[in-house]
Design a protein around this ligand. Structure first.
Ligand code: SAM
Length: 285
């Protein structure tokens, strides 16, 4: 069974009552080279647990099941359940959960399926869930080693952005704080069926064992980040002193910027992650 071949994929889907849903971002991968790259770069082996989000027709899932110890896949679309049960029938290491990844109790699921063992997240994500998924997995301190994700190119650009650029924002800081990112390959529209309008990129986020940035209070650090990037055209002083998420005194912010050797008119979007961490530590020590 080679699901990365379009005619074979369509043959299989034709045997079931399934219609592609745009709302659920159903563009299925039909490119074997990309599949191979995902497997090669994810370092998945017989000791790896994998949580796959949105298995679709099971193209990537079959490859994961061939290499990994255990694959648990969460798919929202119940019309894909019979397809996945058929496609993955040979694999004892596969479990399908028919649910919404944004609503399911992830903590319970992970504990039940993987216990205290580490796991890798693999997903070809619809645009609407990309940011909440990435941030949810990192912020909750799950025992992840890495995430290997197919995302829209603009999301990858935001993750890899440099301070002061238009793409630099809360997602850049959020991912950069927890993980080292690496672009694995690009995936133009013809690698999917049906073809999407936009290009995608496979990105690997490898969670730091020991984060390189030390913050006294992680919740306050992320409130500072949120305050800055939700009002990014303002100066840092104005975005923080007028923030609905934190309360801090204008003069104290000006004093701290001086101690950090930064101009009091600087915009927050110019600060890199270590400067944001230092600022937050000085504000909330
Ligand atoms: N992994 C498959 C592939 O690469 O061919 C399918 C990828 S397709 C871009 C996205 C998949 O995510 C679809 O199967 C869709 O039904 C599923 N999906 C969308 N929203 C979801 C959600 N909130 N929870 C779980 N699965 C979701």
């Amino acid at each position: 069974m080679i699901l990365s071949n379009k005619s074979e994929l369509m043959n299989i889907l034709g045997g079931f009552d399934f219609k592609f849903s745009k709302t659920l971002g159903q563009n299925f991968l039909i490119d074997k080279n990309i599949l191979d790259k995902i497997i090669e770069k994810s370092n998945i082996n017989e000791n790896t647990n994998v949580l796959e989000i949105g298995p679709g027709a099971g193209t990537l899932t079959r490859e994961l099941c061939l290499w990994a110890k255990k694959v648990v896949a969460v798919e929202i679309d119940s019309s894909l359940v019979p397809v996945l049960n058929y496609v993955l029938n040979d694999f004892q290491n596969f479990t399908l959960i028919n649910d919404d990844i944004l609503k399911i109790n992830l903590k319970d699921l992970i504990k039940e399926k993987f216990g205290n063992e580490k796991f890798t997240v693999a997903a070809n994500l619809p645009y609407y869930i990309t940011t909440p998924i990435i941030m949810n997995f990192f912020e909750n301190d799950f025992n992840i080693d890495s995430m290997i994700l197919m995302v829209q190119k603009e999301v990858a650009d935001r993750i890899a952005a440099k301070p002061g650029t238009k793409d630099y924002g809360a997602l850049t800081v959020g991912t950069g704080f927890y993980a080292k990112s690496e672009i694995i390959c690009s995936a133009p529209p013809h690698c999917f069926f049906p073809q999407p309008k936009v290009s995608s990129v496979v990105i690997k986020l490898e969670k730091y064992e020991k984060p390189p940035y030390s913050v006294n209070d992680r919740e306050m650090f992320f409130k500072v980040v949120k305050s800055i990037f939700s009002q990014r055209r303002k100066t840092l002083v104005n975005s923080l002193s007028g923030s609905p998420f934190i309360s801090c005194d204008k003069n104290k912010i000006i004093e701290i910027l001086g101690q950090m050797g930064l101009d009091e008119k600087i915009r927050g979007e110019k600060l890199d992650i270590s400067q944001l961490a230092e600022l937050s530590n000085r504000l909330f020590d």
